[in-house]
Design a protein around this ligand. Structure first.
Ligand SMILES: CC(=O)N[C@H]1[C@@H](OP(=O)(O)O)O[C@H](CO)[C@@H](O)[C@@H]1O
Ligand SMILES: [Mg+2]
Length: 551
């Protein structure tokens, strides 16, 4: 495109999407996220950036997701997805932030020219983008503003409408691998359902026969039971569609908080974040002891499970519990397969200390700790043949390396046991989303593992006992003075604070605490765990006081 053509396009579209002068925006861990009514200028320039990114990558398809995940209904956000379904490369986050804060049409034009020169982008290259949104009522208008941004550099686009975030990631990877040897799947929403349900059924049929089932009737196995709190978000109608169409004879499910068309209901008193943060049931669940419940977040890239024990106590099965369940299952399969595979687990400092000890000491699997944010975990997990990564809040997945997948495809098993283990490992790589944490895919994986093990939620929970812990926020004048090292587990600034924290922690049995600035909220987070509830609370209080007094 010539400079004149770009100027003409900006003349046509910029006026209605001009930035309000006083606002500042940052592309953070989760993209841009704020009140929906101030996002218009941001989504417009994200359209331009996605076009540049695609041209930079020779026309490969880039994904745009309009969502604010677990935030309240009046918020919204936008994030980009790279060609293999991974998060946007970090250096481009800076370009996104720069573009979003420019105040005039000329500045935007100059930035387009500057970036294309600096990065050697041929503006005549084709550019392709797919776009989707969660169920927020601000979604359609923000989508249309994003599309105006795409038109500035003549980008081809397809609007997939309402999808979960992981479905969009699936589509991006499927489109970019179409007709190749590493084809990820059919690039349609239904292709996603087919891929997951086929894998689920194959694993199921490999293990569950009428004779081995727990069923009272010998001829038909009992259906797998689950109640899902969909946070009144887009995950509800999507998992409904998948199970209805493909898994209805295997899964007996109920969806609560499924009012995704109610603009005020999203994430209110419901959802994975609500359940994990408050450590309590969401609205509209009357628990039956020892039955399994799950909560998605607003864009269905996180899931947590829970149940009520026989004493009537609420018990949470969070990302750490999912990680340990899957790791123990996978390790067992590797050993039965007769193959050599390196399995590893990736966690953040927020993982419960008991889970880390269990994985290291009992499962004897290496654990890597990374900074918060899934892109850090994802990157480390990709270094193993099988890399399991979950944040404690329920966002995570399991990555199978290309090399290990080709070993699985090309090995001739010598016993039926080996054959079953190899097939199951291969189908798990299809069932578990390889691009990003996925509530639907993780839910199906947990259900099949529990069914194979014939475990109820209490059996799962028994693997280890969580150390009592507390996660709190402290509001400070400037959170950026809190700088960390060692995967965010130690402070380097403010000076002297880390030493004080360590002296305090030493007073508590099994005490552990760390402090870091949130990347998504204007606050400092304090995490504390110790041997008892009272000690964890006291430690949390002591450290919060140290933080308050340090600034
Ligand atoms: C303790 C915690 O749960 N932190 C969350 C939260 O990050 P903070 O940087 O802690 O605000 O939002 C991130 C994005 O959703 C998520 O990846 C992360 O796990
Ligand atoms: Mg989310």
């Amino acid at each position: 495109m010539s400079n004149e053509e770009i100027r003409d396009q900006l003349d046509q579209y910029y006026g209605i999407h001009a930035k309000p002068q006083q606002l500042k925006f940052t592309y953070g861990t989760a993209g841009f996220r704020t009140k929906a009514n101030i996002l218009d200028s941001v989504v417009f320039v994200v359209g331009i950036l996605a076009s540049l990114r695609s041209k930079y990558l020779d026309g490969q398809t880039i994904g745009i997701m309009i969502t604010a995940s677990h935030n309240p209904p009046e918020d919204n956000g936008i994030k980009l997805c790279d060609p293999q379904g991974e998060m946007l490369e970090q250096s481009w986050e800076t370009y996104a932030t720069t573009l979003a804060n420019l105040n005039t049409k000329d500045e935007i034009f100059n930035e387009i020219i500057k970036l294309s020169t600096q990065l050697n982008i041929n503006l005549d290259s084709p550019s392709n983008v797919v776009i989707a949104r969660d169920s927020r009522d601000s979604g359609p208008i923000l989508t249309s503003s994003t599309i105006d941004g795409l038109k500035v550099l003549n980008t081809q686009y397809k609007d997939f409408g309402l999808l979960t975030t992981p479905q969009l990631h699936y589509l991006v990877k499927s489109i970019n691998t179409l007709n190749s040897t590493t084809s990820y799947g059919e690039p349609t929403e239904d292709g996603y359902y087919q891929k997951l349900s086929n894998a689920f059924k194959k694993i199921y049929n490999n293990f569950i026969t009428p004779a081995s089932s727990l069923s009272s009737s010998a001829s038909s196995p009992q259906k797998i039971k689950i109640t899902i709190d969909a946070a009144n978000g887009i995950g509800g109608p999507k998992i409904d569609l998948l199970i209805q169409k493909y898994l209805n004879d295997l899964i007996d499910y109920q969806i609560v908080n499924n009012q995704y068309q109610d603009p005020l209901a999203l994430n209110v008193g419901s959802g994975a974040d609500y359940v994990k943060t408050n450590q309590r049931l969401p609205n509209n669940i009357n628990p039956v002891p020892l039955q399994l419940y799950a909560s998605f977040d607003g864009d269905a890239d996180r899931v947590v499970f829970y149940y009520q024990d026989e004493e009537g106590l609420f018990k949470l099965l969070d990302g750490d519990k999912i990680s340990t369940l899957l790791t123990s299952f996978l390790k067992d399969l590797i050993s039965k397969s007769g193959l050599n595979a390196e399995i590893g687990v990736v966690q953040t400092a927020y993982a419960n200390g008991s889970s880390t000890n269990y994985i290291t000491d009992v499962l004897k699997v290496p654990v890597v700790c990374t900074p918060t944010g899934v892109k850090h975990l994802h990157h480390e997990a990709a270094k193993f043949d099988i890399g399991v990564y979950f944040e404690a809040n329920g966002h995570g997945t399991v990555l199978f390396s290309d090399n290990f997948i080709s070993v699985l495809k090309n090995t001739s098993p010598s016993t039926p046991q080996e054959q079953r283990a190899i097939e199951t490992l291969f189908e798990l790589s299809n069932l578990i989303n390889q691009t990003v944490g996925d509530a639907i895919s993780d839910l199906l994986t947990v259900l099949i593992v529990l069914t194979i093990k014939q475990w109820n939620p209490a059996n799962w929970d028994e693997l280890y006992t969580d150390l009592p812990n507390r996660l709190t926020k402290v509001i400070v004048p400037d959170r950026y003075v809190f700088k960390t090292t060692n995967a965010e587990r130690q402070l380097t600034s403010p000076e002297g604070l880390q030493e004080k924290i360590e002296l305090t922690v030493k007073k508590y049995q099994n005490g552990r605490s760390f402090v870091r600035a949130s990347g998504t909220e204007d606050a400092v987070r304090v995490y504390a765990e110790a041997n008892s509830r009272a000690e964890a609370d006291q430690l949390s209080h002591d450290i919060s006081e140290l933080v308050k007094n340090s600034v």
